[in-house]
Design a protein around this ligand. Structure first.
Ligand code: HEC
Ligand code: HEC
Length: 475
């Protein structure tokens, strides 16, 4: 007979009741570890300062369009924004919530308010438009080969400055003490996060700068927030850790010797390079996640599946090819690695030193020449994005053409070697904030695993696929 998890249904019901009661009764107070329902269980956020409330500047309108940081960084979504949440807010507000400000909530800033077609990328894929100006003296030229909304590349009539529209997911404003780069392309890493001595001060500087830019851009403020407001926001964010707390199949994620959940995460040590997969081999362990190792011998099959998934993440061989920033930088066309070659920060999963990479998530089936990348991308629910042709005309890569929906770090540096590169993401609280990847191309964690299975020739069995997804759901 199969062992069943005890009292699972009762626990779930109690948690739903608590979350509902507290949010209805007192919408402005978030008790520590308040559970929020998500598609596969409950997620919660732990603040090292105890419960928090909406008096913090993070929750206040500091600009002109009514948005707050929490318009896009939602507590119940592990401080990110799920597409389902965007749909809910649209339905409840008839599209009038400030989230749907044309400036970057719409496919183009000129879009008319209230019409859901103009918000298709936000509603379907949770995407925000980011307008980035062309860098000075780039090593490449950019032209548009697919422009579904008419603002892929615009030129300011008076200044001649060109702006490129890329569409990205709000990155979670939590677990920030583990960052090695701020923003997908690292553009808010104004001070480097590569040294244990300067880490805390530089992270504070970077996040303060980020909070200022977010207020000026997303909230369309006419003046930057005060230093006191920025400090309040950053101190609030830095105190937070978020993670899945309860999984409908595996149960309470810090029971039976497991260390899932946000409270344990708040005790996980970090310093830049703590487990650098590209540094000296002696300093690196591929066993990045260890929170479920005690479940390997559990009496419950659902717990054993999660433990097997964790082991697959740490040790299953991947054949890593054609990753810009890795294969080219190391001059190794084939790297035999694991998921943890790139996701190396212990029990968190971003890169413990900044290494922006291009794994191919911005490529499109129609324009892709590399058959492996093409097959991998076709596993995804790729949003209908602009496609840019980036033609390198200087340096060792001269003549190389890349078709991409997001030129990534190259828009900051102007370098051909940076085309499409972005940071590896923190892998906690995933269940609460679908879709995945910076452009929301993976609708589900199943699609994430399908992508990697093809992209890096993992040859997963159906059982291994299930185990890996079950593990990702519990993060
Ligand atoms: C309109 C939606 C929106 C609003 C409002 C918003 N953000 Fe964001 N936020 C985003 C997007 C999109 C990104 C990722 C952009 C990128 O990577 O290029 C992001 C990224 C971040 C990050 C970076 C996390 C990381 O892993 O690098 C932080 C921190 C953050 N936001 C905090 C804030 C704060 C603080 C505010 C309020 C002052 C705010 N955001 C307002 C959409 C928003
Ligand atoms: C070659 C480096 C590399 C390897 C290997 C790798 N990843 Fe990633 N991973 C990345 C990068 C870079 C991103 C961000 C890509 C993007 O957003 O477009 C990412 C993003 C993700 C995300 C999306 C997170 C989010 O918040 O949207 C998940 C989930 C993920 N990886 C899981 C895995 C798993 C599981 C494996 C092993 C099967 C794996 N990764 C192997 C580099 C890698």
């Amino acid at each position: 007979m199969k062992m069943r998890k005890p009292a699972m249904r009762t626990l779930a019901l109690v948690a739903v009741f608590c979350a509902t009661a507290l949010t209805v009764a007192a919408a402005v107070v978030f008790p520590n570890l308040l559970p929020f329902l998500d598609p596969t269980g409950f997620v919660s956020t732990y603040s090292s300062t105890g419960s928090f409330n909406e008096n913090n500047a993070f929750f206040q309108s500091l600009g002109t369009n009514g948005r707050t940081c929490a318009s896009c960084h939602v507590v119940s979504n592990a401080m990110g924004l799920s597409a389902v949440q965007a749909q809910l807010v649209f339905a409840v507000s008839h599209g009038k919530d400030p989230l749907f400000s044309a400036v970057d909530g719409a496919v183009c800033p000129t879009a008319a308010p209230g019409q859901n077609l103009n918000f298709s990328l936000l509603l379907q894929n949770g995407l925000i438009r980011i307008g980035l100006t062309m860098p000075a003296n780039p090593q490449f030229t950019i032209s548009v080969v697919q422009d579904p909304y008419g603002c892929a590349l615009t030129t300011d009539a008076s200044t001649g400055v060109q702006t490129i529209s890329v569409y990205r997911r709000p990155l979670p404003a939590t677990n920030l003490g583990f960052l090695s780069a701020v923003m997908f392309d690292g553009r808010e890493t104004v001070e480097p996060l590569n040294n244990a001595t300067t880490f805390a001060a530089n992270l504070f500087t970077d996040l303060s700068h980020q909070a200022m830019d977010a207020t000026l851009i997303h909230a369309q403020a006419s003046a930057p927030p005060t230093a006191a407001q920025q400090a309040q926001i950053v101190n609030f964010e830095l105190a937070l850790n978020s993670a899945q707390a309860f999984d409908f199949q595996a149960g309470i994620l810090n029971s039976n010797g497991a260390n899932g959940g946000a409270q344990f995460l708040s005790t996980v040590p970090f310093y830049p390079g703590i487990n650098d997969s590209l540094g000296p081999p002696s300093g690196f362990t591929p066993n990045v996640f260890t929170i479920y190792s005690n479940w390997a011998t559990s009496a419950y099959p659902t717990e054993r599946s999660v433990a097997r998934g964790e082991a697959i993440f740490n040790t299953q061989p991947l054949v890593i090819t054609d990753v810009r920033g890795l294969n080219d930088a190391l001059n190794e066309p084939t790297i035999n690695g694991t998921c943890t070659t790139c996701h190396d920060t212990p029990n968190v999963g971003d890169h413990s030193l900044a290494v922006p990479l291009e794994i191919g998530t911005s490529r499109t089936v129609n324009y892709e020449a590399d058959p492996t990348i093409q097959a991998a991308v076709s596993q995804l629910s790729m949003p209908n994005l602009p496609v840019f042709q980036v033609t390198c005309n200087q340096g060792v890569d001269a003549g190389e053409v890349t078709y991409t929906s997001d030129p990534g770090k190259a828009l900051l540096t102007g370098l051909c070697t940076d085309v499409g590169r972005g940071k590896g993401l923190i892998l906690r609280g995933l269940a609460a904030r679908a879709p995945y990847f910076h452009n929301g191309a993976a609708a589900t964690l199943d699609q994430v695993v399908d992508f990697y299975n093809v992209r890096f020739q993992m040859n997963l069995t159906p059982q291994q696929h299930t185990d890996l997804v079950n593990f990702l759901k519990t993060l």
